[in-house]
Design a protein around this ligand. Sequence first.
Ligand SMILES: NC(=O)C1=CN([C@@H]2O[C@H](COP(=O)(O)OP(=O)(O)OC[C@H]3O[C@@H](n4cnc5c(N)ncnc54)[C@H](O)[C@@H]3O)[C@@H](O)[C@H]2O)C=CC1
Ligand SMILES: O=C(O)CCC(=O)C(=O)O
Length: 525
Amino acid sequence: MKKVLIPTKLNAVARELLKDSGGYNVVHDDSTELKELAAQHPDTYALIVRSDKVTPEIIDALPELKVIVRAGAGYNTIDIRYARQRGVDVMNTPGANANAVAEEVVTLMLADARHVVQADVSTREGKWEKKTLMGRELTGKTVGIVGFGAIGRLVARRLAGFDIKLLTYDPVLSEDRAEEFGAELVDLPTLFERCDYISLHIPENDDTRGMINKDLAGRMKEGATLVNCARAGIINEDDLRAVKAEKNIRFLNDVYPKDAAGEKSVADIADLMMPHLGASTVEANYNAAKRAADQLMEYDEKGMSTYIVNRDVPEGLDEMYADLAYDLAHLARQWVGARNKLKMIETSVYGSLKPFSDWMIVPILAAVSEEFDRSMEAAAAREYLKDMGIDYNDRETDDTKNYGNTITIDLAANVDHGSLRRVSIRGTVAEGRLMISRIDDFDKLYFEPEGHAVFFRYEDRPGVLGQIGVALADHGINIDDVRNPHDESGKYSLAIMKTSSPVDQEIVDRIAGEIDAPYAVGITF
Ligand SMILES: NC(=O)C1=CN([C@@H]2O[C@H](COP(=O)(O)OP(=O)(O)OC[C@H]3O[C@@H](n4cnc5c(N)ncnc54)[C@H](O)[C@@H]3O)[C@@H](O)[C@H]2O)C=CC1
Ligand SMILES: O=C(O)CCC(=O)C(=O)O
């Protein structure tokens, strides 16, 4: 029998379903530390967790481990890359607890607007504070939802009865799809400027960490409300602190860097705090537990699952080329504007990579869309592109061009006034290193996508490189490497500089303004 370890408070339905199937020996213990349980049960085959941290140490302590099921949505607490290295599949149960979070968001908004917590305390104290506890109505307000996935969409539906004006921002959402939910698709700064309530429903990852920064918080309307029932890391807490008092912003919060008792660093800026209760309803706990057990049994029956979030590269493909596709697409995405709506992806795959051209959409999509992970499947990627209204074309390629094993990725995205911004980037692997060989008309670049870099495309003239160098130095940023090719016409130059530290896009944009560079990107590979 396969041993399943459930080291967390999870509805008993998971345990019962697995036991009843006759194939599993289930250890369900929510009072012992996971580390200790791992030491006691080294023969564990499957681990079912909630927000429990699954570190390399835990994975190493379980040599028989084959699968980890996250009974929930966010898997930022599981080291999925290390799990992959160890041949461990990781699944989540997307959507299973979405309604619970959506209801929590509405609860927080109303509770704050009507001072429910203070009113209860003061009335119990014998006070009668009708004047000071004057509330506000949610009806008719403008609400912005950042991240229009399972939870974001349910928040929209649950709030529909309040006759709100709904705005949303999600880089992979089409206008038509947003409209189906009665939402207007806008860019992130617009959403922050126009909304009375803003609710965050995005995953925490390398791209979203610290995303809610001084610039965005500073755009909020006086007295507007920010709700975070997603993950703590997506807000730059100090930036929010800096603008909160000045703008009289309300901040309603469910999530923290660590799921544990103790002082909370946001306590001084949060107007309402919950101990990560978003998914803590009887219904959600049941749904997520049942889904975890069902998915595990289905995985064992079929030997695979569409819910795996850390799938591997196909057999025969050198993983470096998957990394290359990812890096090329990552740069292309920044080039066309990370927040601009993507309209088209085209690829040309040459040489021995051709048999994998179909699959390459997986790392490409993972690089351009937060909703997609490199571990997902090509069929899911194509479904996803259709859903999002993104045209995808894997072009026929001609090997007589002698490009060797190269990949070209073209992206096009809508810019503000409805026109398209396009870029074409080609790369290869040489001497065991990833190489970017071409960006649009700038050829023979042989640039290694590693560390931090800035790119500026400008009309060629003397002195520009110096100007950029001085501007970076003003911010304490050192330049480690410089390329400065001209395009075929000789009219334009591309400054590529590797930098000692990341360069905020805000700084990049400022320098771009100074040197009149319409295309300017700061990136970390
Ligand atoms: N407080 C709680 O107890 C819970 C919190 N969560 C958190 O909520 C997050 C969202 O959950 P779901 O809606 O179920 O996930 P989901 O995967 O269905 O939706 C996430 C959405 O965010 C979008 N997105 C990704 N990056 C973005 C960006 N930079 N800007 C705007 N949109 C972006 C994606 O395109 C996607 O549509 C989870 O990742 C998890 O961290 C989830 C469940 C419970
Ligand atoms: O299981 C929980 O209580 C946390 C849920 C959550 O944050 C998630 O599903 O991402």
